[in-house]
Design a protein around this ligand. Structure first.
Ligand SMILES: Cc1cc2nc3c(=O)[nH]c(=O)nc-3n(C[C@H](O)[C@H](O)[C@H](O)COP(=O)(O)OP(=O)(O)OC[C@H]3O[C@@H](n4cnc5c(N)ncnc54)[C@H](O)[C@@H]3O)c2cc1C
Length: 475
């Protein structure tokens, strides 16, 4: 008999893990769906907001219902400094993750990126800025649908509200609250939290109340998300717009590659994208730039968004360039900054007695804003040979929001004092509880986390399947 594994959440991590376990496990997936109040409306920011609404999604596919599936790899220096293992152990899984998500191979993507890098260098951009690439398939992937899990796993619809342990280091059952129905208890041989960077720590914090072990003390702490903001505008003497959304063909359709200008500065990784702009004249500079592309993608049936689009000319040209490869000549560009933020030293994600919300504290301190400011100066200095003039928004620090890459809240660490789970995702102190979602990522530099979540899920599926094959796990 196959062992039974219960995965809580059908988002990015949960789906790719489930798909990799089907040969060796009976897979049961629990999904809270879109019960009201919606999960996305239960996230309460007590400090700064995220740039996207929603921050998270619920229902089959989780936040992949809303994501852009832009794919990036975490740099090897981030692994070396902040992970308990080196990147080379992840490379085979990045290979598999790219193939699963991109319609092409990691090797080809690196070739496309190298081609773009050469062209940017010839145009006059310093090699030192051309480090990490971003691959963007034109159509987003809902992980649940893409993997056709509906026909492959058993599902239970409802919200998991409690993990129940047996007192000797195992999870025995979970409690599921079902809409218009009685609560149920579900048992299993193995349990995996794939409820996302904001969902998983909440269940671990509740478990901590009846099981006060060191690892669970860290749940909700070390929260990390990337600061993102349009910080200004620049006029260039080079036709960079020709290389924006550099097109590539894949087996699953067309895609684009971008190379954000990135570098390491005063302890953090920071990146700047110069996005073609058609709306501004530097003689009458703007003080703020806002993009509504995410809103439009996630709420396409709201006519208001189309009206708003009329006021966001840059977005119209961005859509034309992204979707149809139409590059309208311009000398003007907005500067979009995305940076690494050191993990919060306090518990940043939590729930309070008596309400159903998830509270999130994400904030920037003055010292950190100064580092960003210095990085911006350094960036402008480095690209000065191609700049004609620029305008920085005087109050850009007040426009920095987080970017919905919730991570770190149940992080991988070398021991239970510094995090929640080991490098295989197993929670320290519990023999049958695992984490497989954004919360396990200990650090990501400035890059988005989706590709790494999938690489970790494929890696964990291999680890667990090998355990069954070698009979360490029995049903
Ligand atoms: C608008 C937007 C755009 C984005 N674009 C990108 C991008 O371009 N590239 C990128 O890499 N990342 C992007 N992201 C982030 C990316 O979507 C997430 O990092 C990724 O989906 C997280 O995967 P996950 O497995 O951690 O959790 P999720 O995908 O969030 O899945 C969690 C699942 O658990 C379920 N769940 C939660 N709690 C419970 C419970 N108690 N009981 C039962 N079920 C539960 C939820 O309903 C959900 O289905 C974007 C995010 C947003 C919001």
């Amino acid at each position: 008999m196959k062992p039974r594994i219960v995965i809580i959440g059908t988002g990015l991590g949960g789906c790719y893990l489930a798909s990799g376990l089907l040969d060796y496990f009976e897979v049961v997936m629990i999904e809270m769906l879109e019960a009201k109040p919606l999960l996305r409306d239960r996230i309460k920011d007590v400090a700064l907001p995220a740039v996207t609404y929603p921050h998270v999604e619920s229902g089959y596919g989780g936040t992949t219902k809303a994501w852009h599936n832009a794919l990036m790899e975490i740099d090897e220096s981030v692994f070396a400094d902040k992970w308990p293992f080196l990147k080379n152990t992840m490379v085979p899984f990045y290979d598999l993750a790219y193939s699963a998500l991109s319609g092409t191979t990691r090797q080809k993507i690196n070739q496309f990126a190298q081609n773009l890098r050469n062209k940017l260098e010839i145009m006059g951009f310093s090699k030192s800025l051309l480090n990490q690439n971003m691959f963007i398939p034109k159509n987003r992937i809902n992980a649940w649908k893409k993997l056709d899990l509906k026909n492959k796993v058993k599902t239970i619809e409802g919200e998991v509200t409690e993990l129940i342990h047996d007192g000797v280091g195992r999870i025995d059952k979970i409690k599921i609250c079902r809409k218009n129905d009685d609560d149920v208890l579900v048992d299993g041989d193995y349990f995996v939290l794939s409820s996302g960077g904001l969902g998983s720590p909440i269940l671990l914090q509740k478990l901590f109340k009846s099981l006060p072990i060191d690892s669970l003390k860290n749940a909700g702490c070390h929260y990390e998300d990337h600061p993102i903001a349009f910080v200004g505008e620049v006029q260039l003497n080079k036709p960079l717009y020709k290389l924006w959304d550099f097109p590539v063909k894949t087996s699953s359709g067309n895609a684009n590659i971008r190379l954000p200008f990135s570098f390491f500065w005063e302890g953090i990784n920071v990146s700047f994208q110069l996005r073609p702009a058609h709306h501004f004249r530097l003689s009458k500079p703007r003080e703020k730039v806002v993009s509504i592309i995410s809103e439009l993608r996630n709420f396409p049936f709201n006519p208001l968004n189309y009206l708003k689009l009329l006021k966001h000319v840059d977005d119209i040209f961005e859509i034309l360039s992204f979707k149809f490869g139409l590059r309208i000549p311009t000398r003007n560009y907005t500067i979009l900054m995305v940076a690494e933020q050191p993990p919060a030293p306090y518990c940043a994600v939590w729930k309070e007695e008596g309400d159903n919300n998830i509270y999130r504290r994400w904030e920037l301190d003055d010292v950190y804003v100064k580092v960003l400011n210095n990085a911006l100066t350094k960036f402008l200095d480095t690209i000065s040979p191609v700049i004609k003039k620029y305008n920085l928004f005087s109050n850009w620090p007040t426009q920095v929001y987080s970017s919905s890459h919730h991570s770190g809240t149940a992080r991988i660490s070398k021991d239970e004092k510094n995090g929640v789970c080991d490098e295989n995702g197993q929670v320290y102190g519990l023999s049958n509880l695992f984490i497989c979602d954004g919360s396990m990522i200990p650090s990501s530099g400035f890059v988005n986390t989706g590709l790494t979540i999938v690489a970790l899920a494929i890696r964990m599926a291999k680890f667990l399947s090998l355990q069954v094959k070698s009979s360490k796990i029995k049903g």
